[in-house]
Write a protein that binds this ligand. Sequence first.
Ligand SMILES: [Cu+2]
Length: 107
Amino acid sequence: MNEWSLKPSVAAAPAGEVTFEVTNQGKLPHELIVVKTDLAADALTLEADGARVEETAPGQDDVGEVEDIQPGETKSGTFNLEAGHYVLVCNVPGHYKAGMVASFQVK
Ligand SMILES: [Cu+2]
């Protein structure tokens, strides 16, 4: 991730334990949240002020987070994911709207 993109190195992973190794190549702190949803990456429900994705809105479920990734840092998180469509988001205020979002598939 960097300002302002979030690009997974693979587009899909097998169901089960999935490890996200997240490198912040930018100049600001970022975070990764893994949202299970059938919604398109650019159509998630936001909090009232529009700055962040609502993590538990109907139809979208935050199933994993890698928080507080500093510039230059790599952090990882492993989550047990069932098959389906996911959206990866940096949920620092404003970052989703700035483009830090990507679709991800678990098969
Ligand atoms: Cu960010």
